[in-house]
Design a protein around this ligand. Structure first.
Ligand code: NAP
Length: 320
């Protein structure tokens, strides 16, 4: 099969399209013929060698794929050859024509959801779900700020929160991104580069502050987030690319909580429960992954450059 291979950690150009042997499904495994693979910022951190996860070289990047089951191991139940599926992690990498997975990593893709959309489910939606409900314990009727709503995780969070009855405020850095955030259900949208936008958000809550913030760039925003929280508010650090100074008093005076998360910490029953919720949302149409750009597999390097650029617009996926 054709697969993107990394022989040495480095810049996007260290990814090469190569011919490698087809993987074979073991007794508890599923082989998926990949139609689309999702690009996540974490793929770029792993590729460059700065992430805590350092795969044995050479390796094929990617966790999120969607496609059709090609083969199942003899102990696998509930999945059969020809089923449409998306993956939540793989054993052999998603940027390839075939992806080998543990059976628990494979979830059914409803007929109404395209393969490109299926490749945009796992990391963004599972992260948004876990941040919103697992970590922040957000409740219907609360006010949520999705701080960085125009990208993969942000759009997922807006759709999840809106369908669960929260009042949703989102931010985006470009006009196009902000329009998308509004279209996906945010009640109010702000520009996170505009002067004084957090004060405007607090004004919108009649000075109370927001109950929950999902934070995509904590090194820039965490100190300011604490001042925008309501009493008992929670901020969940999802994205961070550096260090930040905060005044703990801003949290103390509000009985506020600073929470953080890594999706990779979700395992077993917790992860299965998250994907059950996501499949239900895909089925009933409340979750509709937005694809901003599709690129061929061979252009994985260009996709890695694009995902780190400002002006996010939903997801970037590789199509096969
Ligand atoms: P993405 O699709 O590239 O989107 C990035 C988002 O951050 C965009 O909405 C972008 O908005 C926004 N942003 C840029 N500057 C910002 C600012 N000053 N304030 C607030 N937001 C800002 O990435 P993603 O997949 O949504 O992931 C978002 C972040 O979460 C990344 O850092 C990623 O590594 C991290 N993440 C963490 C986990 C975890 O397990 N903790 C899981 C998934 C992702 P504009 O481009 O419109 O300015």
């Amino acid at each position: 099969m054709k697969a993107i291979r990394v022989h040495e950690f480095g810049g996007p150009d260290c990814m090469r399209l190569e011919e490698v042997p087809d993987p074979l499904a073991g007794s508890d495994q599923v082989l998926v013929r990949v139609h689309a693979a999702g690009i996540n910022p974490v793929d770029t951190y792993i590729r460059s060698g700065i992430h805590a996860v350092r795969p044995k070289l050479p390796y094929t990047p990617g966790m999120d794929a969607a496609g059709v089951v090609e083969a199942v191991g003899m102990n696998v139940t509930g999945l059969g050859v020809g089923d449409r599926v998306y993956t939540a992690g793989t054993l052999s990498g998603a940027y390839a024509e075939l992806a080998l997975c543990e059976a628990a990593q494979v979830h059914r893709l409803p007929p109404s959801v395209t393969f490109a959309q299926g490749a945009a489910v796992n990391v963004p939606y599972a992260t948004a779900y876990r941040g919103l409900f697992g970590r922040a314990r957000a409740m219907p009727g609360e006010t949520l700020l999705v701080h960085g709503a125009s990208g993969g995780v942000g759009i997922a969070a807006v759709q999840l929160a809106r369908s669960h009855g929260l009042f949703v405020i989102g931010t985006g850095g470009s006009e196009e991104g902000r329009r998308l955030v509004t279209e996906q259900g945010a009640h109010q949208v702000f520009d996170h580069h505009a002067e004084g936008y957090l004060d405007e958000i607090v004004k919108l809550t009649e000075g109370r502050g927001v109950d929950v913030i999902l934070e995509m760039l904590a090194n820039v925003n965490l100190g300011h987030d604490l001042k925008a929280l309501a009493r008992g508010g929670r901020v969940v650090v999802i994205g961070n690319r550096g260090t930040v100074e905060i005044n703990p008093r801003d949290a103390m005076s509000r009985d506020a909580s600073i929470l953080a998360m890594t999706l990779m910490n979700a395992q077993g029953a917790e992860l299965a429960s998250i994907h059950a919720a996501l499949v239900a949302g895909l089925e009933n149409g409340t979750l509709r992954p937005v694809i901003g750009q599709e690129m061929p597999l061979a252009e994985a390097a260009r996709a890695h450059e694009a995902v780190m650029q400002p002006g996010a617009y939903g997801k970037i996926v590789l199509t096969l």
